[in-house]
Design a protein around this ligand. Structure first.
Ligand SMILES: Cc1cc2nc3c(=O)[nH]c(=O)nc-3n(C[C@H](O)[C@H](O)[C@H](O)COP(=O)(O)OP(=O)(O)OC[C@H]3O[C@@H](n4cnc5c(N)ncnc54)[C@H](O)[C@@H]3O)c2cc1C
Length: 360
């Protein structure tokens, strides 16, 4: 049996595409490995995601107590002074600090309930032959006429059928922290620049804190074991951790967070969505919103069988990347305290002409 459509990848983009296709009465074959047990970082859901979740009929997911509204974000960027951005001025409502696993589980459950057929496999090999995709996993191979590539930065289909570009080498070290104190900690999200890169810290709804440090992967950084001691050399973040008695709970881990995209994001019989199409610096807080938006836009074009609409989707991804690159340059240009630091010097040098290279 040749499936009409397959969705590859089980993150927010994959779950959203599977849900949207199922809502249109299609029965997408949805192939992705089971979600791991560990903590998945990337929890700051921008307020721009709220109308998208409403359009999907899944905004009730955010009402769970495992997520918290992020009313205040503070940043020390361009100076040591902490500047508050208060959600009161945002018309859509406040951003949300997600329990990321719970959010993805809820979207997944909704997609399956609505009619998506999920198989818990990793795609090992995917080839197109005579307009039919042959998708190899550890079980019997399957076939489909159209594939949605939602496999994140792996981009199993898109990276083989279009050019991948990369604008930087940003990476992240992250860990969870916990406190034994019983008084409720102040609910904040903090961003703090330093000479080698920048820090992000956010209180989760369960009282733990997630701490991320971002720098370029080719620059000398510190060992994972030193993450906690370096966090204590910051200013605002160190004060928060000390004030509330936070100690590191989990061994730090590392992830790639560079800016990378595929052009074009569509091809014969396939479309890339989410990070598979364009993955952004987490400073933008755009990743999850883009995963939702791109999955909705691409599935709507597919459901309408409208080539023009699909082309418009690819054009919007390309424009989104251009807009993102210029916003990213403007934001990094605001931090001028360390002109001799390679991390900041690179970003200032590319402020007007982002040095995107085809990825090797
Ligand atoms: C450290 C960090 C912090 C971040 N912070 C934020 C933030 O605060 N706010 C924000 O909006 N965004 C943030 N992001 C970005 C955000 O997490 C991503 O943009 C978002 O996860 C993209 O969703 P996705 O579904 O496209 O990809 P992913 O979440 O990467 O999901 C990809 C899926 O594909 C599956 N897969 C991979 N290979 C295969 C294969 N061969 N076969 C089948 N399945 C496969 C994976 O198992 C996974 O299920 C952050 C990212 C990182 C790494």
């Amino acid at each position: 049996m040749i499936h009409d459509v397959a969705v590859l990848g089980g993150g927010i983009a994959g779950a959203t595409a599977a849900l949207r296709l199922a809502q249109a009465g299609l029965q997408p074959l949805w192939i992705a490995p089971p979600q791991g047990d560990g903590f998945k970082p990337g929890e700051h859901l921008s307020a721009a995601a709220l109308p998208l979740l409403k359009a999907l009929g899944s905004d009730a997911i955010l009402q769970s107590q495992v997520h918290r509204h992020a009313h205040s974000t503070y940043s020390a960027w361009g100076s040591h002074l902490l500047i508050e951005r208060n959600a009161i001025v945002q018309l859509e409502g406040p951003p949300t600090v997600l329990d990321r696993s719970a959010f993805e589980d809820a979207l997944t459950a909704l997609a399956i309930q609505t009619g998506a057929r999920r198989t818990y496999e990793t795609v090992r090999d995917v080839r197109i032959h005579e307009d039919t995709w042959h998708i190899g996993t550890n079980s019997d191979p399957v076939t489909a006429r159209f594939v949605f590539d939602a496999t994140g930065r792996t981009a199993v289909v898109a990276s083989k059928h279009a050019t991948r570009f990369q604008a930087d080498k940003l990476g992240c070290q992250y860990a969870l922290f916990k406190t034994t104190e019983t008084t409720a900690p102040r609910p904040v999200t903090l961003i703090e620049a330093e000479e080698r890169g920048w820090w992000y810290m956010s209180l989760l709804a369960n009282g733990q804190v997630v701490l991320n440090f971002y720098t370029d992967t080719d620059l000398s950084s510190f060992d994972n074991a030193e993450l906690e001691s370096h966090a204590h050399r910051t200013t605002a973040i160190a004060t928060y951790l000390t004030e509330h008695g936070y100690r590191m709970l989990s061994r730090p881990a590392r992830l790639t967070t560079n800016s990378t995209w595929i052009a074009p994001a569509i091809g014969p019989g396939w479309v890339a969505i989410g990070d598979a199409a364009a993955a952004f610096d987490p400073l933008s807080s755009h990743g999850m919103t883009t995963a939702l938006w791109s999955a909705i836009a691409a599935t709507d074009a597919f459901i309408a069988r409208d080539r023009q609409k699909m082309q418009e989707y690819a054009d919007s991804v390309a424009k989104g990347v251009r807009d993102y690159l210029s916003a990213r340059s403007a934001v990094y240009a605001r931090e001028t305290r360390w002109p001799n630091s390679p991390f900041w010097a690179r970003r200032h040098a590319t402020a007007h002409t982002p040095a995107a290279q085809p990825a090797g």
